[in-house]
Design a protein around this ligand. Structure first.
Ligand SMILES: Cc1ncc(COP(=O)(O)O)c(C=O)c1O
Length: 388
């Protein structure tokens, strides 16, 4: 949200969690035709898989699905057995990458309820991404209903260990079989779910970041602001090269001038200055607008911090790390929430951030955000929405 830093008022509407989905969304949940799997995972096998799931490798028994045809719109809301999709080799997505996706988490509470963090923001972002990729917009209510229908069906798969969650992956792709560069007339929307353990087991570990001056993940007028698979494919080679140099992640610069900080392959980035102010690259059209990013801007403001969304030159970062003006650097996103950055380097410099340990604000914001997500802290902004 571009105007996030200007938001100062809180209405009575957003000072508490939404403990029910809107009646319109509940109506759509009831539209879902649920066909239970004929091969449910036995409880003991499920328990073993839930014990220590490696991120993105274990999936629940079902998936939610809605189909779209240009002449019919969205139809056939269903929950069905999780399993391979049968695709014609000419399916458009395999050739022209007309595809968008989302990533969000469902958090368990001790009372057995399951909640999502700002899922409406993910639904709205999917619609914006879909628009950029000439895919049909899926109404917010259908998106939320699909997530709720799946979580309710696979409720036993929501892990309950500390800091664990059920990762939800909604995605949409061109399913029409044809060769030719045009928007497809048939599209599938699915939601799959994957239990996720604590991202940092054994405490917050700072990561090292390589700032890439050779490759960009996105360019002006491109698809950087959309969450589409192609952006991630473009980030793989630079990520691989950075890993070979011993770095955990890559940070990209802007494609127009190769001088401004943009974001990581899958996370937004923040700087905390020695005067306590918080800075993050402004949404340029080529940066993905993170739900975590906008939430952190709000929480930092709530703490009385001055926040700034602006262009951040790499030269300022190098100088700020050298002089100590930059006190903390962190990355943020749904998967890891807030990740401290301990080291930043590029062709021309290699610097430790502060002491190399997680910074004070980094740790405090992370604790606050996760406390809201797991319902340990009052949800004063009404960010949580109950799914099951
Ligand atoms: C490129 C990119 N930037 C930023 C983010 C962080 O977004 P969010 O906070 O909504 O997870 C993600 C993750 O979705 C991402 O893939």
């Amino acid at each position: 949200m571009k105007g996030e830093t200007q938001m100062t008022s809180t209405t009575s509407e957003d000072i508490r969690s939404h403990d029910i989905l809107s009646s319109g969304t509940e109506e759509i949940v009831s539209l879902f035709d649920v066909t239970p799997t004929d091969t449910p995972t036995p409880a003991d096998v499920r328990a073993a898989r839930l014990a220590a799931p490696k991120f993105g490798t274990v999936f629940t028994d079902h998936m939610a699905r809605i189909s779209w045809r240009r002449d019919q719109g969205w139809t056939h809301h269903r929950v069905e057995k999780y399993g391979p999709l049968l695709l014609d080799p000419a399916t458009a997505v395999l050739h022209y990458a007309q595809e968008v996706f989302e990533g969000m988490k469902a958090y368990p509470r001790p009372d057995g309820t399951v909640w999502a963090f700002r899922p409406t923001a993910n639904a709205e972002r999917l619609a914006r991404s879909a628009h950029r990729l000439a895919l049909p917009g899926l109404p917010v209510e259908d998106f939320l209903a699909a997530c709720a229908a799946l979580v309710r069906t696979d409720r036993d798969w929501v892990p309950t260990a500390p800091d664990s969650s059920l990762y939800l992956r909604p995605f949409m792709f061109a399913s029409e079989a044809f060769l030719g560069v045009r928007p497809a007339d048939a599209v599938e929307f699915l939601v799959i779910a994957s239990p996720a353990g604590a991202y940092f087991s054994g405490g917050l570990k700072p990561v090292s970041i390589w700032i890439d001056t050779e490759y960009h993940r996105a360019g002006p007028g491109g698809t950087g602001a959309a969450k589409c698979g192609g952006n991630y494919a473009a980030s793989l080679l630079p990520q691989e090269q950075a890993a070979a140099k011993g770095f955990d992640q890559v940070c990209f610069l802007d494609g127009a001038t190769n001088t401004m900080l943009e974001e990581l392959g899958g996370m937004n980035v923040f700087l905390v200055m020695d005067d306590g102010s918080v800075h993050t690259p402004a949404l340029s059209g080529s940066i993905l607008e993170g739900v975590t990013r906008s939430s952190i801007l709000r929480l930092a403001q709530d703490r009385g911090r001055s926040v700034s969304e602006r262009q951040i030159p790499l030269t300022e970062v190098v100088e700020g790390l050298r002089s100590g003006r930059i006190a903390e650097v962190f990355a943020c996103g749904t998967a890891a929430v807030v990740t401290p950055v301990g080291r930043l380097a590029s062709d021309t410099f290699d610097a430790t951030v502060g002491t190399g340990e997680p910074g004070e604000l980094t740790t405090a914001i992370r604790d606050e955000l996760t406390s809201i997500q797991y319902g340990r802290t009052p949800d004063r902004h009404g960010w949580m929405q109950r799914l099951a």
